[in-house]
Design a protein around this ligand. Structure first.
Ligand SMILES: Cc1cc2nc3c(=O)[nH]c(=O)nc-3n(C[C@H](O)[C@H](O)[C@H](O)COP(=O)(O)OP(=O)(O)OC[C@H]3O[C@@H](n4cnc5c(N)ncnc54)[C@H](O)[C@@H]3O)c2cc1C
Length: 412
């Protein structure tokens, strides 16, 4: 099966008509992080150019499932997700066309009845943080997912979580950025960032050299080859996921549904189709092709129909692969790179960058204009892998229960 996502090239110039010039800031990568930071910097009066080797939103930002998850969120990301919930709603309310943002809630279910106790503890912890969280069982559970298997005794529901269409959101933000004056170069690959006396001087692309004193690398899986020659340690590994899309179906689930084990998860879009995936993903090497694996389709559908037997016979109408850019501690690398003036990084979002992108880019752009952001990004310091902190100092997910803790990385 081919990658059958729509290909609409709506922004900027193609490589054939590139005119190189100077910019205050060059951003490498036209995903949600690059586009949204560009918009914010342009609104702050900066002259910004985004250089994208493919199309806007062609990689992770156009291939995700758009889960805007509050549930089991790592402490370092809590303020970011809370701020992002408001910003997503603002984007939906002001978008020229919908970005399909909706508050749906998140429901984690288990075949294992003994997890009910663990879910109770998590629900209590989430309520202590101010979230609306419950354990659901019996009829209440089946009211949320009417076709759910009788094998499933319990679930853990949080209600503030949302869902967005990542492709539409990236295009919406890119068109706002273009209207704010951002220049987009599509189909242009950045090959190297040039530095002189520890200062960024230019960006070398396959269409020529671009003079600038400030570069932000938001290139996900393409970040390491640009940053490591400059001395930054970028221990990012790539995991290949696969998404399935079903035909339009009658109501299956309101909340985004995740199973603790096996890790099948899906949401139902506003259009009625399901977006399905199954973890854990296979690690691949830099440069390996992203390909749909037909045998995975059968495996995902088998687990899906075990969880929701009424889905037997549902047709899969398309499928696509997508990469998670994973860091060793599950947190993104965001901020200035030490040792090179003018070099900034925002990469390694571990499969949850779409959800927190509104608040991440708000804080990042604020820092780039020399102001301390309301939500600090210290926990995401890109230099932390140079001088790793001790395990007991690390702010790792603190689920009180082992098997829930395992779910936290990589969560989508
Ligand atoms: C299957 C899947 C499911 C996901 N589900 C969720 C979810 O439910 N919720 C959630 O919050 N997140 C999810 N994510 C993660 C989310 O999509 C990403 O974290 C987010 O989109 C990252 O945005 P980005 O801008 O950093 O990267 P990308 O969108 O990957 O953008 C990086 C861009 O950089 C470009 N680039 C790379 N190298 C170069 C170069 N040398 N020169 C020029 N351009 C370059 C690439 O072409 C690419 O367009 C999922 C991801 C996948 C793959």
């Amino acid at each position: 099966m081919q990658d059958s996502r729509p290909r609409i090239p709506p922004y900027g110039t193609s490589s054939k008509s590139v005119v190189l010039s100077t910019a205050d800031v060059v951003i490498v990568g036209g995903g949600i992080i690059g586009c949204w930071t560009a918009l914010r910097l342009a609104e702050a009066g900066q002259k910004v150019t985004v250089i994208e080797r493919s199309e806007i939103g062609h990689e992770g930002s156009g291939r995700n499932r758009g889960n805007v998850r509050v549930q089991l969120r790592e402490a370092a990301e809590r303020a970011l997700i809370e701020r992002s919930l408001n910003l997503w709603q603002e984007i939906e309310d002001t978008a020229r066309k919908t970005v399909e943002y909706r508050v749906t809630g998140n429901l984690l279910v288990s075949y294992d009845a003994t997890m009910a106790e663990d879910f109770c503890i998590e629900a209590e912890d989430h309520r202590a943080l101010g979230y609306d969280a419950h354990v659901v069982e019996g009829d209440d559970l089946r009211a949320l997912v009417p076709g759910l298997s009788q094998e499933v005794p319990c679930g853990f529901l949080t209600t503030q979580d949302g869902h967005v269409n990542g492709q539409l959101a990236t295009w919406d933000i890119a068109s706002r950025a273009k209207a704010a004056g951002v220049q987009f170069l599509r189909g242009v690959s950045v090959n190297r960032i040039a530095v002189d006396h520890d200062r960024v001087t230019s960006v070398l692309t396959d269409a020529g050299t671009f003079a600038t004193g400030c570069v932000l690398v938001t290139a996900a899986g393409g970040a390491a080859p640009l940053l490591e020659p400059l001395g930054l340690k970028v221990p990012i590994s790539l995991a290949l996921h696969q998404i399935l899309v079903t035909e339009k179906l009658p109501h299956v689930t309101g909340p985004y549904l995740r199973c603790a084990s096996p890790r099948i998860s899906f949401c139902q879009t506003a259009m009625g189709s399901l977006l399905l995936g199954l973890g854990p993903a296979r690690t691949i090497a830099q440069g390996d092709p992203q390909k749909v694996e037909p045998e995975k389709i059968a495996a995902i559908m088998a687990e899906t129909t075990r969880l929701v037997p009424t889905l037997a016979g549902a047709h899969v109408v398309r499928s696509w692969p997508g990469l998670f850019d994973l860091t060793p501690d599950g947190r993104a690398m965001i901020g200035p790179a030490a040792g090179v003036d003018g070099l900034w990084v925002a990469t390694g979002f571990n499969g949850h960058g779409m959800s927190i992108s509104p608040a991440v880019t708000e804080s990042l752009a604020t820092m780039m204009t020399g102001v301390t952001p309301a939500i600090p990004l210290d926990a995401f310091d890109p230099d932390r892998f140079e001088h790793p902190i001790q395990a007991d100092e690390q702010d790792r997910p603190k689920s009180r229960v082992g098997h829930l803790g395992n779910l936290v990385a990589p969560p989508i």
